[in-house]
Write a protein that binds this ligand. Sequence first.
Ligand code: ARG
Length: 459
Amino acid sequence: MSNKMWGGRFASGPDAIMEEINASIDFDRHLYRQDIQASKAHAAMLAQQGIITADDASKISQGLDTILSEIESGKLEFRRALEDIHMNVESRLSELVGPAAGRLHTARSRNDQVATDFRLWMRASVDALDLALADYQKALAEKAFAHAGTVMPGFTHLQTAQPVTFGHHLLAYVEMAARDRGRFKDARLRANESPLGAAALAGTGFPIDREMTALALGFDRPMANSIDAVSDRDFVLEALAAASITAMHLSRFAEEIVIWTSPLAGLVKLSDKFTTGSSIMPQKRNPDAAELVRAKTGRIVGALTALLIVMKGLPLAYAKDMQEDKEGAMDAIHALSLCIAAMAGMVRDLEPDKARMRAAAGDGYSTATDLADWLVRELKLPFREAHHITGRIVASASEKNLLLHEMPLAAMQAIEPRITEAVRAGLSVDNSVKGRVSQGGTAPDNVRREAERWLKLLK
Ligand code: ARG
């Protein structure tokens, strides 16, 4: 049997493998809500413009409502022979309301239909991601406030660099998430225009009202060019680019959780809620959730790369290649929302081991910069010279197996005679972080203020 939606000029049906490669219903079924919503808007507009009768429009609209509830209750069986969500819905509509169903596709094509549906879907997804990211930020800011004064080692090159506060470190991720949200917001702004009414590519001779359907669907305006409207998938790419950067940020944090919870570091503990055991080693507590966040970044970036490659060789306007935009994107958005929720959960769950953090913060001569700064401030030395003197003091301390603040005054004076006992106060990790009051710096007072600012913003 040839396809009853488009099979007029076909004598026979498709080969089995043709049907297999062509069908998109397995994934575009997720667009059913948007497809029905857009069809209802289209039918209402056709009636208002006198293109179909009010009676047909109301039959169509009621039929679409029935289909919505059939799909939602799992009663409608999708058929691969009908290719995609658009034809599955339309076919069911004709079973329900008869010939009126055949009028719904007036002045419309699946090309503008799918572009409309997917823009609506992406808009809803981006909105949901924004809420999830805000919750993640809130979890971070709350934890940061609670640990504004908790000292930890700050790293560069993953080598102990300078003491920082745990709250400060967490607030770094709040800032990243804010920019991630900004990227999604920006992507949403450009995505929120209506392709509906572009028809196949050239527009239509029917007196349609594109403003009306755009407004009904919550778009800011109709897209200006019908060829562009059916051909571009930059709205998917932008969302995937934003998703990739977000996932990269989450993955870095996940990697830190993996490092921090390793017994080698032992800086942070996750509870049973966010760890798993080993089937052979009874003592293990594995940070699987963090590892999976790190790993899922791969499929998210993969979806972006795949679609860029799908799109880069396509002449205008629509080509069936573009059907490949949905599966990866839907998978990526789903993966990202899992990752955000898991990270928010881990942030709420994790507890730093304050004693270990403090001890680690003092390792590796982490307050050497504070010593150099003291020499600059008190002895008016040029920083370069102070750096050199401090280096010699560190070497001497290391030889003696002492931490900086444990160095006898005489040993320091052997290198720089003008050093006084007053230097010692600045060499403790607590005083080190307390002193870093520059804007954006790690001082507990700064962190408390910043955490409060964020918590107020996120309310
Ligand atoms: N399932 C198709 C897609 O996702 C719908 C558009 C089909 N258009 C066409 N001219 N065959 O792209």
